[in-house]
Write a protein that binds this ligand. Structure first.
Ligand SMILES: C[S@@+](CC[C@H](N)C(=O)[O-])C[C@H]1O[C@@H](n2cnc3c(N)ncnc32)[C@H](O)[C@@H]1O
Length: 269
């Protein structure tokens, strides 16, 4: 299967995923914890940016993390070892061909992965088979349609839409966050519940200006410039103006808002 991951696997993207996870840990994970003795499948672990907080916050749970990229799986292994976490196993595997017995996990965790998959409902249905009856799922996704900022800028909005378009061409959906409720329901999960997690950034929160506005969001948009210009979606100057305007929102009088969506559901027992 073609791996549609639009951001690529270079070292800047790895650093961006780590910045994103550490900046957003409180917002996204204050209510993520797994009971001692439970076995959790993390699907699409990337470079381990979520794996570390998951494992650290649930020391009695065993986290089995998989990624389709063997380089990312290796990086997750190294990161977990550096952090001294003994409750994680990592392997290279495709969500659509998992090497596990069905119904062998208490919980499934999947973060920033469905947005890259052409068949997200099918992926959820496949993954549900690996959750034991009565077990649960947590899904986290962003939604680029939720980005608004001050000063507003048409060029910045055009630069963001390049990312949306490229992801669409690769078969994904950068505005999937708003669809978590229908996707989980369609896939057959029960007790579905979605909680929006808004990031609000102004200059009174310098750690978010740095960690979110600059290093997570704008860095992600900046990272697709070459591809967007190469694909003829936008002119180079227009894109650069958009990125400049996104960085402008990180100045003293700037504001940046973005909403993530965290969904949960159960496999019926
Ligand atoms: C944006 S990264 C997110 C990584 C991590 N969950 C995080 O939040 O930092 C998406 C990851 O999904 C992985 N992925 C995409 N398709 C996959 C598939 N079919 N099976 C397993 N992993 C997949 C990619 O290789 C990539 O590492």
């Amino acid at each position: 299967m073609k791996n549609p991951y639009v951001h690529g696997y270079h070292s800047q993207e790895s650093a961006r995923l780590q910045d994103q996870a550490s900046t957003l840990e409180g917002l996204l994970h204050w209510d993520t914890s797994f009971a001692p003795g439970s076995i959790v499948l993390e699907a699409g672990c990337g470079v381990g940016a979520q794996t570390v907080p998951l494992a650290r916050n649930s020391p009695g749970a065993l986290i089995i993390s998989v990624d389709i990229s063997s380089a990312s799986a290796r990086e997750t292994c190294e990161r977990v070892a550096q952090e001294g976490l003994a409750n994680v196993r990592v392997l290279q595997a495709d969500i659509f061909h998992l090497p596990f017995r069905e119904a062998s996990f208490d919980h499934l965790f999947i973060c920033f992965v469905l947005e890259h998959l052409p068949r997200p409902v099918e992926a959820l249905r496949v993954l549900m088979r690996f959750i034991r009856p009565g077990g649960s799922i947590t899904v986290i996704e962003g939604d680029h349609g939720s980005a608004y900022f001050h000063p507003d800028s048409a060029a910045a909005r055009r630069a963001i839409s390049c990312q949306v378009e490229l992801q669409k061409r690769a078969g994904g959906n950068a505005m999937i966050g708003r669809q978590l409720y229908p996707l989980l329901s369609l896939a057959g999960f029960s007790e579905v519940s979605v909680s929006p997690r808004m990031v609000y950034v102004d200059s009174s929160r310098p750690e978010l200006v740095e960690g979110f506005t600059k290093k997570t969001f704008t860095a992600m948009i900046e990272g697709v410039g070459l591809a967007a210009v190469g694909a003829g979606i936008i002119e180079k100057d227009d894109f650069e103006e958009g990125v400049r305007d996104l960085y402008r929102t990180a100045e003293d009088d700037g504001v940046f808002c973005y909403t993530f969506f965290k969904g949960s559901g159960k496999r019926e027992g």
